[in-house]
Structures are given as structure tokens and as C-alpha cells.
Design a protein around this ligand. Sequence first.
Ligand code: F6R
Length: 256
Amino acid sequence: MEVVICKDAQEVGEVSADRVVDAIAGRQTPVLGVATGSSPVSLYEALERRVAAGVLDLTHALAFALDEYVGISPQHPESYLQVVRRTVVEPLGLNPSRVRVPDGASADPHAAAAEYDAAIRAAGGIDVQILGIGSNGHIGFNEPYSSFASRTRVEVLTPQTRRDNARFFAHLDDVPTHCVTQGLGTIMESRVAVLVATGENKADAVRRMVEGPVAASCPGSILQFHPKACIVIDEAAASQLGDTEYFRYVAGLRST
Ligand code: F6R
């Protein structure tokens, strides 16, 4: 596991964007796994700058979102279908017909989840999976005690996650209780994983993911077993790490 500590969110965006670009270099049809939420915003902005500068072309890319709420309309501005359209598809120039988000509005979300998992495999798997981490250690919406072998499925959101995401909704009661999420087993099949985290409220989860035992109580800790995982964090998110001796700093702090 590579851990890169950056001075701020903008640098997190630049460093993680470089990792994403490296992961898809030479791929005719790169397959991206995309997260929503606040964490990857600076990463998407950095990718957008590369697209605008003509050094990155994602028009042939395929993309699969990590997750989607169950119980809100796909037209709701906070559905991940809409968030992915606003923050990924439009700014990065992806072809909307090549971008998929789990169908949380399906009459049979369980079947839709299984079909989504199969579609990722049929596309040849994900070249680079972009991830954030929840304050409780979740990745995707794999909440604590999710099976490490889990596939894309319907999950129940914990009260903590619903409180954390209430900032996107008018009221806590409006935050959906269920979701469809790629499983931990699905995420672990990605060829490269790039996880971004910023801010002190992620420091505990980052410490448990990076230094803690691999344990279902912190789903992100499974990335210790990922063959190519890169964790790009700012100093606040790194503030509880004890073993910074081993981690790579950028921005002139330290580089090994
Ligand atoms: C989003 C997702 C989640 C978020 C996590 C952190 O698609 O799967 O795991 O990455 O909840 O969210 P933010 O970045 O908003 O703090």
C-alpha cells in the first residue's frame, strides 16, 4: 500500500490524478470506477485540467459508479446518477452512454445489483477504482462488518453514514436508508485502487485503514491486501498516523 501525504486538498487532487492517468496509460478503452462525495472533487478537477490541456482524452473510457441510493428518484439532484453526470461525465468529457450507475430505482434492485457486477466483469474489469472513505471506515457503501468477499448488492446505510450525508439533503429523514454498492470483493478486483481522503474527520478511519489490523470493523483495511492501492491524503487526514516514517510526503516535506 502506497501512502502519499500532501499539504492540502489541491495537492491531493494533483497527485491522485497522476496515479489515475498512470493506471490507464496505453489503454484504448480505459475502465474507470468512480466515487461520488466530497473527497474526489479535487481529483476530478485535476483530471478536468488535464482534459482541457489536451493531455488526457476520456471519450472512449467506460465508467462504473461505486454505488447508488435506493429509494430516491434517478432525477433527484443527489442521486448518484445525477452527481456522476455533473461531477464526472460532463467535466471530463465522458460519453454518457458508456457510463453506468447501479439502478437503485429498479423494481428488483437485488437483480439489478447482480447484473451490474456481471457488467463490470464483462467490460474486462476496472482499470482504476477511485475511492473515498467514510468516517466509519466504509469504502463504497460497504459498511463495517460487510463481507470481504461481497459482490455488488443492496446494503443498509448505517446511522453514521446517513448523518454524514445529511449535508446533501434538506433533512436527515430525506437521506435514503438503503443503497446498491459494489462489494468489497468487486472493488478488490480493480487493477489499481486510488483512495483520496482529506480533513481531520477522516483521520481515525485513515489510521485504522492503513495501520490497523485488516478487520471487517474497518472495511477500508482490506486495501492492505490490494496489490496496487495508493492512498492519497492531506496532513489533517494523516494526523493520526503513527508510522509516517514509512509514508511518502510531497510538497517538499519529505520524499523517499
Ligand atoms: C461514494 C462512496 C463513499 C464515499 C465516502 C466518503 O460514492 O462510495 O464511500 O467515498 O462516504 O464520502 P465523502 O467524500 O463525501 O466524505
